[in-house]
Ligand binder design. Structure first.
Ligand SMILES: Cc1cc2nc3c(=O)[nH]c(=O)nc-3n(C[C@H](O)[C@H](O)[C@H](O)COP(=O)(O)OP(=O)(O)OC[C@H]3O[C@@H](n4cnc5c(N)ncnc54)[C@H](O)[C@@H]3O)c2cc1C
Length: 569
């Protein structure tokens, strides 16, 4: 399906809204100047538009299949993956010590958003490898690093993450997979994992599974979980893939969307694995992978939203129905269709800004070692994941709506975006879990990081009062309302916080979105960005008020409605 990577839009956001040039002023990211960033975005844009996007429909129509125990990927995916690996894209932000480019995660997030817009099913494969690279870099022994990182970074091998079991989904601590010491530095891993993305395939030479399992003396719950590298083909000391490990794909899931991404039930049958990190330290190590992947999944939602928007815009410019206020033109001139397109574009801008700002905070934390950047990154990660993926579904649904009846017909392709996007609020920690993370762990500082961010929003609004007084006034007021709600929230018990968590996260995203739109309006006062900012701030931002009422409503009313009440008429 035709797709044009949002290169200019990304550049605008990085340069005019997010202060991306601060990264190139650090020693760590001195290479990430304007020229390199331009070259990377242009080059990956070409790959996405010309090589990956043409694979998207085929992946939907011809899913990956399991043949004689081996997964065969969708048509063209092997070549598509090869192009990603050979372009060096898997190792864009990986450490140069093992062959990566060492560029900022912010840039990587933009690159992977474009790949997701072009072909989400295929993009998942290198995205998982990236998370694994990060986890190994932080937690693995030097021997494991030397053996696996160069191959993963070059894309010759790919990575997976194996957490989920039938009884252990959001409750990872309920897992039963066992790890027993072989006495030779390795462990025997036994158990079944479900829903393992790209758990097997034919696009690369080896599949490296990071598996969570429990040692015989491991405590119940998450405290007793350890992490293991379990390769499909066991490498020799020189890194050549050798003997087949005792693991197999039992079956592939039949899914609502992302048909081109093989989702495997995996059986580990005494498979040989090597511990990553410390005994019982598996969750900490896996969190490195999950945090990276959470931002990546947020960007997936944004990528699909962008693709759905482009598709809907093209249709709205072409389809004619009735007289519009502007004459006999196409449906784009009907107010309601114009509204839908404006909302889609404004939502994508806001969510993309949140995701890239989260990337900036992670990079600045790495480059400066300052705790304040770490706290900002931690606060923004659940918002970036949940908001990016929620708007992925909402924008894709509006895309179907703009197509009218044709949107419901598979041939137009609008429905595929909606089906594909639907998984993103579920995996990598459901959005409900993200919201609880925001109001729980991320507020353990008494709301300090949140207040710092809100101060920044208010400072932007103050600075904008002369040039854009109406917009500035609304943004400042909204930030103040959120500040009061945050003060209330941090004084509540976990039950009340959790009952309002989703609404609170959404309200936070609304205020952040308005902040970035306001900055864009200041950078382009007479242009389209100022007009788009007006749409967001006038039409979308006001939702924060009702959301914050919900956020403060508490748990009591929810539990007053009993399970029996839910069953009665
Ligand atoms: C296509 C696909 C690909 C996937 N890829 C991978 C992969 O590569 N590796 C991997 O390990 N897993 C993978 N998963 C699993 C995925 O991460 C889980 O499905 C997800 O974490 C949710 O777990 P669950 O399905 O068991 O849902 P449940 O945990 O049963 O959740 C059901 C509902 O209850 C809510 N809920 C659960 N617990 C709580 C709580 N404490 N408080 C409030 N609400 C709660 C949830 O938010 C959700 O709405 C994949 C899943 C799919 C469908």
């Amino acid at each position: 399906m035709p797709y044009t990577s949002p290169v200019a839009e990304t550049r605008f956001l990085l340069d005019k809204v997010l202060g991306y040039d601060r990264l190139a002023q650090t020693d760590l990211f001195a290479e990430a100047g304007a020229d390199v960033t331009d070259a990377i975005l242009t080059e990956v844009g070409r790959l996405c538009d010309e090589v990956l996007a043409p694979l998207n429909r085929g992946g939907d129509l011809t899913p990956a299949k399991l043949e004689n125990g081996v997964v065969r990927s969708s048509p063209g995916f092997k070549d598509g993956y090869k192009a990603i690996a050979e372009g060096g894209w898997v190792g864009l932000s990986a450490s140069p010590e093992h062959g990566g480019m060492g560029l900022p995660l912010t840039l990587n997030t933009a690159v992977f958003e474009m790949m997701a817009g072009a072909c989400l099913s295929l993009q998942l494969c290198p995205l998982l490898s990236q998370g694994q690279i990060e986890a190994l870099d932080h937690h693995a022994s030097d021997t494991l690093k030397a053996l696996y990182l160069p191959k993963l970074i070059s894309g010759e091998w790919t990575g997976t993450m194996n957490l989920t079991e039938p009884q252990a989904g959001s409750d990872v601590g309920a897992l039963r997979t066992k790890a027993e010491d072989n006495g030779d530095g390795s462990y025997a891993i036994t158990g079944q994992k479900i829903f393992i993305t790209w758990g097997d395939h034919d696009v690369a030479e080896n599949v490296c599974h990071l598996v969570l399992a429990r040692l015989p003396d491991g405590a119940p719950g998450t405290r007793g979980i350890s992490l293991f590298m379990v390769p499909k083909l066991i490498p020799d000391a020189a890194g050549n893939p050798g003997e087949r490990n005792s693991l197999r794909v039992v079956s592939l899931e039949h899914k609502l969307g992302i048909h081109g991404s093989p989702t495997c039930v995996m059986s580990f049958e005494g498979a040989q694995g090597w511990m990553v990190g410390k005994p019982n330290g598996g969750m900490a190590a896996m969190f490195t992978m999950m945090n990276n992947a959470r931002l990546g999944v947020g960007a997936q939602g944004i990528g699909v939203a962008e693709a759905a928007y482009q598709h809907a815009l093209a249709y709205a410019k072409d389809r004619k129905q009735g007289r519009t206020p502007l004459g006999d033109g196409a449906i784009i001139d009907h107010a309601d269709v114009r509204r839908m397109l404006a909302v889609m574009k404004a939502e994508i801008f806001a969510a993309r800004a949140i995701a890239l700002d989260c990337g900036m905070a992670i990079d600045m934390a790495k480059a400066t070692g300052k705790d304040s950047w770490n706290a900002r990154a931690a606060l923004l990660t659940p918002i970036a994941k949940a908001q990016g993926t929620d708007i992925g579904c909402e924008v894709a649904s509006l895309g179907v709506q703009i197509h009218g009846g044709m949107g419901f017909i598979e041939e137009t392709g609008a429905a595929q975006y909606l089906r594909d996007a639907r998984i993103t609020p579920i995996y990598e920690g459901t959005n409900g879990i993200q919201a609880m993370d925001l109001v729980g762990r991320k507020m353990m500082d008494g709301g300090e990081a949140a207040f710092r961010l809100l101060q920044e929003v208010e400072d932007t609004a103050e600075a904008a009062r002369a040039k854009a007084p109406e917009l500035a006034h609304k943004v400042w007021d909204a930030a103040e309302t959120l500040r009061e709600a945050t003060e209330w929230l941090v004084a509540q018990d976990p039950g009340d916080r959790n009952a309002g968590a989703t609404a609170f996260l959404r309200a936070f995203a609304r205020i952040l979105g308005a902040h970035y739109h306001l900055k864009a309006a200041l950078a382009d006062p007479d242009g389209p960005r100022a007009r788009l900012a007006t749409v967001f701030i006038d039409r979308i931002l006001p939702e924060h008020e009702s959301l914050l009422v919900q956020a403060r409503a508490g748990a009591e009313q929810l539990y007053a409605l009993s399970a029996e009440d839910l069953e009665s008429a």
